[in-house]
Design a protein around this ligand. Sequence first.
Ligand SMILES: [Zn+2]
Length: 253
Amino acid sequence: MRRRLGLGVSAFFTAVSMMKLARREGREAQRWSMVSAAAFLIPTLTRNASWWGPVIKTFTTSKKEVWLTLDDGPDAEETPRILDVLHAFQARATFFCIGQRVVERPELVRAMIEAGHDVQNHTFSHPAFSFWAATPRRVREEMWRGSEVLRAVTGRIPTLFRAPAGLANAFVHEVATCMKLRMVGWSVGGHDGISHDPNRVLRRILRRVQSGDIILLHENRLLGMPVGQRAKTLEKLLMGFEQCQLRTIIPEL
Ligand SMILES: [Zn+2]
């Protein structure tokens, strides 16, 4: 892990310095800048990649169980409805919350905990398009503030971290180790961060799901999405799980 982090950091800084040099020195330097950049970028831009450090993508079980995870909340409209659906199905989930939204709606986060769900760190401001390239300082700030607001609201210190879009560079793994946060990815996603057609989301999940999978869904509202759609999709998904006799649990890791 340490060695890989060292390699990641060297690849990052070599890429940056070679790119600067390449502007002055021509082809050979350009070639080396590309090699260094690729060494940093390929494992960083692969979702849930374990190259810089361990990422949990499935869990071990001998029972028909899956781990349901809900990202990007809390949301004033969707979260209460989602909690109702989970209650109706006696389902349990882990919510990977965005710190800024936790600050805005702390009562929803407390409701998650009171209902027996788990709440974990998904950064403070969710910089989905730039987190993969974040500097050590930015990474520390996002992860530390994300944990700090959750601790203040719930009284619990988060133990898990999910990177926005599942993309994490070497610094993220280093900070996670320092903060005793385990990195969690997913094995089955509904792609509902971009599409909100419930049937397509369900098809994507139900045709692939098996015991031990980590399911990724979102709870925030997208532009043009009718109110309550996230909860409806979840309800249909849990009905689908019931038909396959799959239970949702929060596994002991
Ligand atoms: Zn997210």
